[in-house]
Ligand binder design. Structure first.
Ligand SMILES: Cc1ncc(COP(=O)(O)O)c(C=O)c1O
Length: 425
């Protein structure tokens, strides 16, 4: 019997018997996929040949805000470890202890054999931290948005999303069976226009990033809360870039605006300020129960490994103990960096957070400026269309609490030289 897909002979039980030698010409003929695949291949090859390709750079050492990659030491501006907890000794020790105690993995999906006491503790910890009744942890932040939105929004329901929302929210909306509507970025009049169109008796979910991931601006929570209450809609906020960042204790956008209890559904990632991987939804206990039993990407996907789960649990404690001080340093660094860039004549868009876009306009300039910075010791990356609108290519520099003022001054000097080099300032 020949399994044509793998070109392997298999017996009746599907076990391989002998391998088929490759043919003289192993190339597949061109097919309908080829054009798009080849176009990408050529685009990336060209960038590599011109030494403009800085994606997937392997980091092999980390020392505070500095990293080593391919033999070069660079100052990291492409990290999401906003409070610098990535190598926090307490987090590392907790991960190591859990690895020893539980082993490297779990017995699979949470609903069957995969739940450890650590998972339950983590969900209770997140619920307490976010001031919600309960929480559910998924395997990534991306999956959290995808699964939650597509599970909640059934036929006839409306999901109403800010135009600048993260791809994981957009993909969740696309996967959902209900109506997918968008409102202009952070425009509450436009949000109201959409809410007015929705039938009164359907489920309505308004969803937005707390801090927008490409521009670093903050969602207008007070106005959105008023509208969602007026139109009986639920409000879901993605705190990927606000957890640990907004609010004096890093509790996020509610704390920033002094509005405890304003958000119905809090989403967060465990891969940014919290140095692990995963994502969570915190909300009322009936909603979380519903998701635990019906969200397919939760029910049919493996539990977080014990070392990661324990590290994350400890990171929440560290955040509680050290968040205020780390947040104070982060805020000072952000201010120093943004005002330094603006004084030099850079356009930093709408940001007032650690995500700092340095607007350059064209793709070519973004690539050339990235190369200049990378060659001069700054690990920073360009953000190009379609990730952002045509003509708004930029470098995105993330400031952290690990940077010292000297680090930031060093970076400013390089950015300014680079900006002059490519003619942005
Ligand atoms: C706003 C936002 N939401 C969700 C995600 C996905 O999170 P994760 O990378 O943890 O899957 C990201 C990732 O950058 C993000 O920026």
């Amino acid at each position: 019997m020949l399994n044509t897909l793998n070109e392997v002979h298999v017996d009746q039980d599907g076990r391989p018997t002998e391998l088929i030698a490759p043919t003289d010409d192993p190339k597949k003929p061109e097919d309908a996929f080829s054009a798009k695949i080849n176009a990408y291949w050529e685009r990336i090859e060209e960038a590599r040949e011109n030494e403009l390709y800085y994606y997937f750079q392997p980091v092999d050492q980390i020392d505070g805000a500095w990293v080593w990659t391919q033999g070069q030491r660079k100052l990291m501006f492409a990290t999401y470890s906003y409070l610098g907890l990535l190598k926090h000794p307490r987090v590392v020790a907790a991960g190591q202890a859990a690895l020893e105690k539980y082993g490297a993995g779990t017995h699979g999906v949470r609903i069957l054999g995969g739940t450890l006491d650590l998972h339950n503790k983590l969900e209770a910890r997140i619920a307490a931290f976010t001031n919600q009744e309960d929480a559910i942890v998924y395997s990534t932040g991306y999956v959290t948005n995808l699964a939650t939105i597509s599970t909640l929004i059934g036929r006839g329901d409306w999901v109403i999303s800010d135009r600048w929302n993260h791809a994981s929210i957009v993909d969740g909306c696309l996967l959902a069976h209900g109506e997918f509507k968008r409102f202009r970025h952070n425009d509450m009049a436009d949000l109201e226009r959409v809410l007015q169109q929705a039938p009164a008796d359907v489920g309505k979910l308004v969803v937005a990033d707390a801090v927008f991931s490409m521009d670093g601006d903050i969602f207008d929570l007070p106005a959105a809360v008023e509208l969602t209450r007026k139109y009986n809609a639920r409000l879901m906020i993605d705190e990927a870039h606000s957890l640990g960042v907004l609010g004096a204790t890093g509790r996020g956008i509610e704390e920033h605006f002094g509005m405890p209890g304003a958000i119905d559904i809090k989403m967060g990632t465990l891969s940014k300020t919290i140095p692990g991987v995963g994502g969570y939804i915190a909300g009322d206990r009936k909603l979380i129960n519903f998701l635990r039993h019906t969200a397919r990407a939760f029910v049919f996907s493996a539990a977080l490994p014990p070392a990661v789960t324990a590290g994350i649990l400890e990171a929440f404690d560290v955040l509680e103990d050290e968040g205020v001080e780390r947040n104070r340093i982060l805020t000072a660094n952000v201010k120093y960096f943004i005002s330094g860039l603006q004084a030099a004549g850079f356009d930093t868009g709408l940001t007032c957070t650690p995500i700092v876009p340095i607007m350059v306009g064209s793709e070519e300039r973004a690539l050339a400026m990235s190369k200049f910075c990378q060659d001069n010791g700054i690990f920073v990356l360009p953000v190009l269309p379609p990730a952002v609108q045509e003509g708004t290519a930029r470098l995105r520099a993330n400031v952290t609490a690990s940077h010292t003022i000297e680090d930031i001054q060093f970076a400013l000097d390089v950015f300014i030289k680079a900006g002059k080099f490519v003619g942005v300032i």
